[in-house]
Design a protein around this ligand. Structure first.
Ligand SMILES: Cc1ncc(COP(=O)(O)O)c(C=O)c1O
Length: 408
Protein backbone atom coordinates (compact mmCIF):
# COMPACT_ATOMS: atom_id res chain seq x y z
CA UNK A 1 0.00 0.00 0.00
CA UNK A 2 1.04 3.61 -0.63
CA UNK A 3 2.61 5.63 2.16
CA UNK A 4 0.18 7.87 3.99
CA UNK A 5 2.70 10.74 3.97
CA UNK A 6 1.82 11.43 0.29
CA UNK A 7 -1.17 13.41 1.43
CA UNK A 8 0.21 15.05 4.55
CA UNK A 9 -0.38 18.70 5.28
CA UNK A 10 -0.52 20.38 8.62
CA UNK A 11 -3.46 22.72 9.31
CA UNK A 12 -6.68 20.84 10.02
CA UNK A 13 -9.37 21.34 7.36
CA UNK A 14 -11.81 22.20 10.18
CA UNK A 15 -9.47 25.15 10.96
CA UNK A 16 -9.26 26.29 7.33
CA UNK A 17 -6.45 24.00 6.13
CA UNK A 18 -6.49 21.94 2.92
CA UNK A 19 -8.51 18.74 3.37
CA UNK A 20 -6.81 15.39 2.82
CA UNK A 21 -9.40 14.67 0.12
CA UNK A 22 -12.12 16.69 -1.58
CA UNK A 23 -14.77 13.94 -2.02
CA UNK A 24 -16.30 12.32 1.07
CA UNK A 25 -15.19 8.71 1.57
CA UNK A 26 -18.15 6.81 3.12
CA UNK A 27 -17.64 4.39 6.01
CA UNK A 28 -19.10 1.55 3.96
CA UNK A 29 -20.59 0.93 0.54
CA UNK A 30 -21.51 -1.77 -1.93
CA UNK A 31 -19.51 -3.00 -4.92
CA UNK A 32 -21.67 -3.89 -7.92
CA UNK A 33 -20.02 -5.27 -11.07
CA UNK A 34 -21.25 -6.33 -14.52
CA UNK A 35 -21.81 -9.95 -13.36
CA UNK A 36 -24.17 -8.72 -10.64
CA UNK A 37 -26.08 -6.62 -13.16
CA UNK A 38 -26.29 -9.54 -15.61
CA UNK A 39 -27.61 -11.83 -12.83
CA UNK A 40 -30.43 -9.40 -12.03
CA UNK A 41 -31.25 -8.81 -15.71
CA UNK A 42 -31.51 -12.56 -16.24
CA UNK A 43 -34.20 -12.72 -13.55
CA UNK A 44 -36.02 -9.78 -15.13
CA UNK A 45 -36.13 -11.68 -18.43
CA UNK A 46 -37.52 -14.84 -16.78
CA UNK A 47 -40.88 -15.87 -15.31
CA UNK A 48 -40.30 -15.33 -11.58
CA UNK A 49 -39.73 -11.97 -9.97
CA UNK A 50 -40.65 -12.71 -6.38
CA UNK A 51 -39.70 -15.71 -4.24
CA UNK A 52 -38.75 -18.45 -6.72
CA UNK A 53 -35.76 -20.47 -7.98
CA UNK A 54 -33.17 -17.72 -7.42
CA UNK A 55 -34.19 -17.54 -3.74
CA UNK A 56 -33.78 -21.32 -3.42
CA UNK A 57 -30.34 -21.15 -5.04
CA UNK A 58 -29.22 -18.32 -2.79
CA UNK A 59 -30.44 -20.11 0.34
CA UNK A 60 -28.44 -23.19 -0.70
CA UNK A 61 -25.30 -21.07 -1.20
CA UNK A 62 -25.76 -19.46 2.22
CA UNK A 63 -26.25 -22.78 3.99
CA UNK A 64 -23.10 -24.13 2.28
CA UNK A 65 -21.09 -21.06 3.30
CA UNK A 66 -22.19 -21.16 6.94
CA UNK A 67 -22.35 -24.92 7.31
CA UNK A 68 -25.92 -24.65 8.64
CA UNK A 69 -28.49 -27.16 7.37
CA UNK A 70 -31.13 -24.54 6.58
CA UNK A 71 -31.06 -20.93 5.41
CA UNK A 72 -34.34 -18.99 5.32
CA UNK A 73 -34.10 -15.72 3.39
CA UNK A 74 -36.21 -12.70 4.36
CA UNK A 75 -36.52 -9.08 3.28
CA UNK A 76 -33.88 -7.57 5.64
CA UNK A 77 -31.84 -8.24 8.77
CA UNK A 78 -34.51 -6.78 11.06
CA UNK A 79 -37.07 -9.22 9.62
CA UNK A 80 -34.52 -12.01 10.18
CA UNK A 81 -34.28 -11.12 13.88
CA UNK A 82 -38.07 -10.88 14.11
CA UNK A 83 -38.52 -14.28 12.41
CA UNK A 84 -35.95 -15.80 14.78
CA UNK A 85 -37.72 -14.48 17.92
CA UNK A 86 -41.10 -15.61 16.58
CA UNK A 87 -39.83 -19.12 15.78
CA UNK A 88 -38.39 -19.43 19.29
CA UNK A 89 -41.82 -18.55 20.69
CA UNK A 90 -40.85 -15.29 22.41
CA UNK A 91 -44.04 -13.62 23.61
CA UNK A 92 -45.65 -11.46 26.26
CA UNK A 93 -43.90 -11.88 29.63
CA UNK A 94 -40.70 -13.34 28.13
CA UNK A 95 -37.21 -11.84 28.49
CA UNK A 96 -34.20 -12.04 26.18
CA UNK A 97 -30.63 -10.97 27.05
CA UNK A 98 -29.25 -8.56 24.45
CA UNK A 99 -25.92 -6.69 24.52
CA UNK A 100 -26.55 -2.96 24.63
CA UNK A 101 -23.77 -2.30 22.11
CA UNK A 102 -25.62 -3.26 18.92
CA UNK A 103 -28.01 -1.83 16.38
CA UNK A 104 -31.46 -1.21 17.88
CA UNK A 105 -33.06 -3.92 15.70
CA UNK A 106 -31.53 -6.67 17.88
CA UNK A 107 -33.54 -5.48 20.88
CA UNK A 108 -36.55 -4.28 18.88
CA UNK A 109 -37.12 -7.80 17.55
CA UNK A 110 -37.77 -8.96 21.12
CA UNK A 111 -40.29 -6.14 21.51
CA UNK A 112 -42.01 -6.95 18.17
CA UNK A 113 -42.97 -10.30 19.74
CA UNK A 114 -44.19 -8.76 23.01
CA UNK A 115 -41.06 -9.68 24.99
CA UNK A 116 -38.64 -7.46 26.92
CA UNK A 117 -34.89 -7.18 26.33
CA UNK A 118 -32.57 -7.34 29.33
CA UNK A 119 -29.58 -5.19 28.36
CA UNK A 120 -26.15 -6.67 29.04
CA UNK A 121 -22.87 -4.75 29.21
CA UNK A 122 -19.93 -5.42 26.89
CA UNK A 123 -16.23 -6.01 27.34
CA UNK A 124 -14.56 -2.58 27.02
CA UNK A 125 -11.75 -3.80 24.74
CA UNK A 126 -13.64 -5.98 22.23
CA UNK A 127 -17.18 -4.59 22.68
CA UNK A 128 -18.46 -8.18 22.70
CA UNK A 129 -21.09 -9.26 25.24
CA UNK A 130 -19.59 -9.47 28.74
CA UNK A 131 -19.80 -13.01 30.08
CA UNK A 132 -19.80 -12.06 33.77
CA UNK A 133 -22.67 -9.63 33.18
CA UNK A 134 -24.61 -12.30 31.23
CA UNK A 135 -24.15 -14.69 34.15
CA UNK A 136 -25.16 -12.08 36.76
CA UNK A 137 -28.23 -10.81 34.85
CA UNK A 138 -29.40 -14.32 33.95
CA UNK A 139 -29.13 -15.45 37.57
CA UNK A 140 -30.93 -12.32 38.80
CA UNK A 141 -33.78 -12.76 36.30
CA UNK A 142 -34.21 -16.46 37.04
CA UNK A 143 -34.13 -15.77 40.79
CA UNK A 144 -37.24 -13.60 40.49
CA UNK A 145 -38.95 -16.15 38.21
CA UNK A 146 -38.68 -14.19 35.00
CA UNK A 147 -39.23 -16.32 31.92
CA UNK A 148 -35.89 -15.91 30.12
CA UNK A 149 -35.97 -17.39 26.61
CA UNK A 150 -32.59 -16.60 25.09
CA UNK A 151 -29.22 -14.86 25.01
CA UNK A 152 -28.35 -13.06 21.76
CA UNK A 153 -24.66 -13.09 20.81
CA UNK A 154 -23.87 -10.04 18.64
CA UNK A 155 -20.63 -10.49 16.69
CA UNK A 156 -19.84 -6.81 17.00
CA UNK A 157 -17.88 -5.28 14.09
CA UNK A 158 -17.48 -8.79 12.61
CA UNK A 159 -15.62 -10.53 15.44
CA UNK A 160 -17.33 -13.70 16.76
CA UNK A 161 -18.29 -13.77 20.45
CA UNK A 162 -17.00 -16.45 22.81
CA UNK A 163 -19.60 -18.97 21.66
CA UNK A 164 -18.28 -21.87 23.78
CA UNK A 165 -18.61 -19.91 27.01
CA UNK A 166 -22.01 -18.52 25.98
CA UNK A 167 -23.29 -21.99 25.10
CA UNK A 168 -22.18 -23.31 28.48
CA UNK A 169 -24.03 -20.47 30.22
CA UNK A 170 -27.13 -20.92 28.07
CA UNK A 171 -27.25 -24.67 28.67
CA UNK A 172 -26.73 -24.28 32.40
CA UNK A 173 -29.72 -21.95 32.62
CA UNK A 174 -31.87 -23.74 29.99
CA UNK A 175 -32.15 -20.78 27.63
CA UNK A 176 -31.48 -20.69 23.88
CA UNK A 177 -28.32 -19.20 22.38
CA UNK A 178 -29.19 -17.04 19.35
CA UNK A 179 -26.85 -14.91 17.25
CA UNK A 180 -27.07 -11.61 15.47
CA UNK A 181 -24.43 -12.25 12.81
CA UNK A 182 -25.33 -9.16 10.74
CA UNK A 183 -21.71 -7.95 11.09
CA UNK A 184 -20.08 -11.32 10.69
CA UNK A 185 -20.94 -13.11 7.43
CA UNK A 186 -17.97 -15.38 6.64
CA UNK A 187 -16.32 -15.05 10.08
CA UNK A 188 -15.23 -18.19 11.90
CA UNK A 189 -14.95 -19.30 15.52
CA UNK A 190 -12.51 -22.22 15.85
CA UNK A 191 -13.31 -24.42 12.89
CA UNK A 192 -16.97 -23.34 12.63
CA UNK A 193 -18.54 -20.56 10.63
CA UNK A 194 -20.83 -17.95 12.14
CA UNK A 195 -24.29 -19.18 11.18
CA UNK A 196 -23.78 -22.77 12.30
CA UNK A 197 -22.90 -22.22 15.96
CA UNK A 198 -25.96 -20.72 17.67
CA UNK A 199 -29.46 -22.22 17.49
CA UNK A 200 -30.38 -19.55 14.92
CA UNK A 201 -28.27 -16.77 13.39
CA UNK A 202 -29.56 -13.63 11.66
CA UNK A 203 -27.79 -11.95 8.72
CA UNK A 204 -28.32 -8.67 6.82
CA UNK A 205 -27.59 -7.91 3.17
CA UNK A 206 -27.88 -4.12 3.39
CA UNK A 207 -25.49 -2.26 1.03
CA UNK A 208 -22.92 -1.53 3.75
CA UNK A 209 -22.72 -5.21 4.72
CA UNK A 210 -20.37 -7.88 3.30
CA UNK A 211 -22.65 -8.72 0.39
CA UNK A 212 -25.81 -6.92 -0.64
CA UNK A 213 -29.23 -7.76 -2.03
CA UNK A 214 -30.21 -4.06 -2.02
CA UNK A 215 -32.10 -4.97 1.12
CA UNK A 216 -32.16 -8.53 2.36
CA UNK A 217 -31.65 -10.85 5.27
CA UNK A 218 -31.64 -14.49 6.31
CA UNK A 219 -31.65 -16.81 9.29
CA UNK A 220 -29.57 -19.98 9.36
CA UNK A 221 -30.28 -22.96 11.63
CA UNK A 222 -29.77 -26.71 11.91
CA UNK A 223 -33.32 -27.18 13.22
CA UNK A 224 -35.86 -28.16 10.58
CA UNK A 225 -38.94 -27.20 12.60
CA UNK A 226 -37.55 -23.71 13.28
CA UNK A 227 -36.73 -23.32 9.57
CA UNK A 228 -40.30 -24.33 8.66
CA UNK A 229 -41.75 -21.89 11.20
CA UNK A 230 -39.66 -19.05 9.73
CA UNK A 231 -40.56 -19.95 6.13
CA UNK A 232 -44.22 -19.70 7.11
CA UNK A 233 -43.72 -16.53 9.14
CA UNK A 234 -42.16 -14.69 6.16
CA UNK A 235 -45.24 -15.65 4.11
CA UNK A 236 -48.19 -14.56 6.33
CA UNK A 237 -47.88 -17.82 8.37
CA UNK A 238 -49.66 -19.68 5.56
CA UNK A 239 -49.35 -23.40 6.11
CA UNK A 240 -48.80 -23.95 2.34
CA UNK A 241 -46.88 -21.62 0.02
CA UNK A 242 -47.53 -21.40 -3.73
CA UNK A 243 -45.00 -24.19 -4.51
CA UNK A 244 -46.79 -26.62 -2.19
CA UNK A 245 -50.19 -25.63 -3.49
CA UNK A 246 -49.02 -26.13 -7.07
CA UNK A 247 -47.39 -29.50 -6.40
CA UNK A 248 -50.47 -30.70 -4.49
CA UNK A 249 -52.89 -29.30 -7.12
CA UNK A 250 -54.84 -27.32 -4.54
CA UNK A 251 -55.65 -23.72 -3.86
CA UNK A 252 -56.21 -24.33 -0.16
CA UNK A 253 -54.16 -22.98 2.72
CA UNK A 254 -54.79 -22.02 6.31
CA UNK A 255 -53.41 -19.35 8.66
CA UNK A 256 -53.32 -20.02 12.40
CA UNK A 257 -51.02 -17.21 13.58
CA UNK A 258 -50.22 -13.68 12.47
CA UNK A 259 -47.43 -13.59 9.92
CA UNK A 260 -45.82 -11.00 7.68
CA UNK A 261 -44.81 -10.51 4.09
CA UNK A 262 -41.04 -10.67 4.69
CA UNK A 263 -40.22 -12.50 1.44
CA UNK A 264 -37.01 -11.86 -0.49
CA UNK A 265 -37.53 -11.45 -4.25
CA UNK A 266 -35.71 -13.43 -6.94
CA UNK A 267 -34.23 -10.13 -8.16
CA UNK A 268 -32.62 -9.57 -4.75
CA UNK A 269 -31.56 -13.20 -4.36
CA UNK A 270 -29.86 -13.23 -7.78
CA UNK A 271 -27.88 -10.14 -6.78
CA UNK A 272 -26.96 -11.65 -3.40
CA UNK A 273 -25.87 -14.96 -4.97
CA UNK A 274 -23.69 -13.16 -7.50
CA UNK A 275 -22.15 -11.08 -4.70
CA UNK A 276 -21.50 -14.22 -2.66
CA UNK A 277 -19.01 -15.47 -5.27
CA UNK A 278 -16.80 -12.50 -4.29
CA UNK A 279 -17.19 -12.78 -0.52
CA UNK A 280 -13.87 -14.54 0.20
CA UNK A 281 -11.75 -12.00 -1.65
CA UNK A 282 -13.76 -9.14 -0.11
CA UNK A 283 -13.16 -10.50 3.38
CA UNK A 284 -9.44 -10.70 2.58
CA UNK A 285 -9.48 -7.08 1.45
CA UNK A 286 -11.33 -5.97 4.60
CA UNK A 287 -8.68 -7.74 6.69
CA UNK A 288 -5.87 -6.17 4.63
CA UNK A 289 -7.27 -2.69 5.24
CA UNK A 290 -7.62 -3.47 8.95
CA UNK A 291 -3.95 -4.53 9.13
CA UNK A 292 -2.89 -1.22 7.51
CA UNK A 293 -4.95 0.71 10.09
CA UNK A 294 -3.57 -1.43 12.97
CA UNK A 295 -0.01 -0.63 11.87
CA UNK A 296 -0.77 3.10 11.63
CA UNK A 297 -2.37 3.25 15.09
CA UNK A 298 0.63 1.59 16.70
CA UNK A 299 2.37 4.92 16.05
CA UNK A 300 -0.47 7.19 17.25
CA UNK A 301 -0.62 7.53 21.03
CA UNK A 302 -4.11 7.61 22.49
CA UNK A 303 -5.94 5.88 19.61
CA UNK A 304 -6.60 2.16 19.97
CA UNK A 305 -8.39 -0.30 17.70
CA UNK A 306 -10.65 -2.89 19.31
CA UNK A 307 -8.96 -5.98 20.68
CA UNK A 308 -8.73 -9.04 18.43
CA UNK A 309 -9.35 -12.32 20.23
CA UNK A 310 -7.69 -15.68 19.56
CA UNK A 311 -9.22 -18.64 17.76
CA UNK A 312 -11.45 -16.75 15.35
CA UNK A 313 -11.38 -14.90 12.03
CA UNK A 314 -12.81 -11.41 11.73
CA UNK A 315 -15.22 -10.23 9.02
CA UNK A 316 -14.49 -6.51 9.66
CA UNK A 317 -17.88 -5.07 8.85
CA UNK A 318 -16.63 -2.16 10.98
CA UNK A 319 -13.22 -0.87 12.03
CA UNK A 320 -13.78 0.90 15.36
CA UNK A 321 -11.22 3.00 17.21
CA UNK A 322 -11.29 4.32 20.77
CA UNK A 323 -9.96 7.81 21.38
CA UNK A 324 -8.29 8.79 24.63
CA UNK A 325 -8.97 12.53 24.57
CA UNK A 326 -6.28 13.31 27.15
CA UNK A 327 -3.52 11.62 25.15
CA UNK A 328 -4.67 12.97 21.76
CA UNK A 329 -5.89 16.38 22.89
CA UNK A 330 -9.14 15.93 20.97
CA UNK A 331 -12.43 14.40 22.03
CA UNK A 332 -14.70 12.17 19.95
CA UNK A 333 -17.17 14.94 18.96
CA UNK A 334 -14.41 17.20 17.65
CA UNK A 335 -12.57 14.27 16.03
CA UNK A 336 -15.79 13.30 14.19
CA UNK A 337 -16.14 16.84 12.81
CA UNK A 338 -12.42 17.18 12.06
CA UNK A 339 -12.22 13.88 10.14
CA UNK A 340 -15.38 14.70 8.19
CA UNK A 341 -13.83 18.05 7.25
CA UNK A 342 -10.84 16.09 5.91
CA UNK A 343 -13.22 14.10 3.65
CA UNK A 344 -13.30 10.96 5.80
CA UNK A 345 -16.88 9.77 6.39
CA UNK A 346 -16.44 8.48 9.93
CA UNK A 347 -19.47 7.29 11.85
CA UNK A 348 -20.42 6.08 15.34
CA UNK A 349 -21.59 2.51 15.99
CA UNK A 350 -23.50 2.59 18.30
CA UNK A 351 -25.19 4.64 20.95
CA UNK A 352 -25.95 1.95 23.57
CA UNK A 353 -29.48 0.79 22.82
CA UNK A 354 -30.67 1.16 26.44
CA UNK A 355 -29.95 4.91 26.14
CA UNK A 356 -32.27 5.40 23.14
CA UNK A 357 -35.52 7.14 24.15
CA UNK A 358 -37.57 4.05 23.27
CA UNK A 359 -35.82 2.10 26.02
CA UNK A 360 -34.58 4.85 28.35
CA UNK A 361 -38.19 5.96 28.95
CA UNK A 362 -39.48 2.41 29.35
CA UNK A 363 -40.19 1.56 32.96
CA UNK A 364 -40.92 -2.11 32.14
CA UNK A 365 -37.26 -2.70 31.27
CA UNK A 366 -36.17 -1.58 34.77
CA UNK A 367 -32.95 0.25 35.62
CA UNK A 368 -30.11 -0.65 33.27
CA UNK A 369 -26.56 -1.03 34.47
CA UNK A 370 -24.09 -1.04 31.53
CA UNK A 371 -21.30 1.37 32.57
CA UNK A 372 -18.61 0.08 30.20
CA UNK A 373 -20.76 0.49 27.09
CA UNK A 374 -21.68 4.00 28.22
CA UNK A 375 -18.09 5.08 28.76
CA UNK A 376 -16.74 3.49 25.55
CA UNK A 377 -19.57 5.08 23.56
CA UNK A 378 -18.09 8.50 24.34
CA UNK A 379 -14.78 7.44 22.75
CA UNK A 380 -15.79 5.47 19.64
CA UNK A 381 -15.44 6.21 15.95
CA UNK A 382 -15.87 3.88 12.96
CA UNK A 383 -13.42 4.43 10.10
CA UNK A 384 -14.21 3.66 6.45
CA UNK A 385 -13.75 0.00 5.56
CA UNK A 386 -15.17 -1.67 2.45
CA UNK A 387 -13.57 -3.85 -0.24
CA UNK A 388 -13.74 -1.32 -3.05
CA UNK A 389 -11.54 1.13 -1.12
CA UNK A 390 -8.34 1.78 -3.05
CA UNK A 391 -4.89 1.94 -1.48
CA UNK A 392 -5.11 5.72 -1.93
CA UNK A 393 -8.39 5.79 0.03
CA UNK A 394 -6.75 3.83 2.85
CA UNK A 395 -3.77 6.19 2.81
CA UNK A 396 -6.15 9.17 3.02
CA UNK A 397 -7.81 7.74 6.15
CA UNK A 398 -4.44 7.17 7.79
CA UNK A 399 -3.15 10.62 6.80
CA UNK A 400 -6.28 12.28 8.16
CA UNK A 401 -5.97 10.37 11.45
CA UNK A 402 -2.33 11.43 11.72
CA UNK A 403 -3.37 15.05 11.20
CA UNK A 404 -6.24 14.94 13.66
CA UNK A 405 -4.83 12.74 16.43
CA UNK A 406 -1.10 13.46 16.57
CA UNK A 407 -0.72 16.11 19.23
CA UNK A 408 1.24 19.14 18.11
C1 LIG B 1 -26.11 -5.77 14.40
C2 LIG B 1 -27.22 -5.51 13.44
N1 LIG B 1 -28.38 -6.18 13.58
C3 LIG B 1 -29.42 -5.97 12.76
C4 LIG B 1 -29.35 -5.07 11.71
C5 LIG B 1 -30.56 -4.84 10.85
O1 LIG B 1 -30.32 -5.19 9.50
P1 LIG B 1 -31.18 -4.52 8.34
O2 LIG B 1 -30.69 -3.12 8.17
O3 LIG B 1 -30.88 -5.38 7.14
O4 LIG B 1 -32.61 -4.59 8.73
C6 LIG B 1 -28.18 -4.37 11.52
C7 LIG B 1 -28.09 -3.38 10.43
O5 LIG B 1 -27.32 -2.46 10.42
C8 LIG B 1 -27.09 -4.57 12.40
O6 LIG B 1 -25.93 -3.90 12.25
Amino acid sequence: MKSSTDCKNDTLAINGGKPVRTSMLPYGRQWIDEDDIAAVVEVLRGDWLTTGPAVERFEKTLSELTGAKYAVSVSNGTAALHAMMHALGVGEGDFVLVPTMTFAATANAVRFCGGTPIFVDVDADSLLIDLADVEAKLARAIDVDKSVKAIVAVDFAGQPCDYDALRTLAERHHVALLADGCHALGATYGDRSVGSIAKMTAFSFHPVKHITAGEGGAVTTNDESLATAMRQFRNHCMNRDHHHRKSQATWEYDIERLGFNYRLTDLQAALAASQMSKLRSWLDRRNEIARAYDAAFEAIAGVAPLKNLANRTHAYHLYVIRIDSTATGIDRERAFQALRAEGIGVNVHYRPVHQLALYANDAAGGAVDCPRAESVYAQMLSLPIFPKMTDDDVAHVIAACQKVFVKR
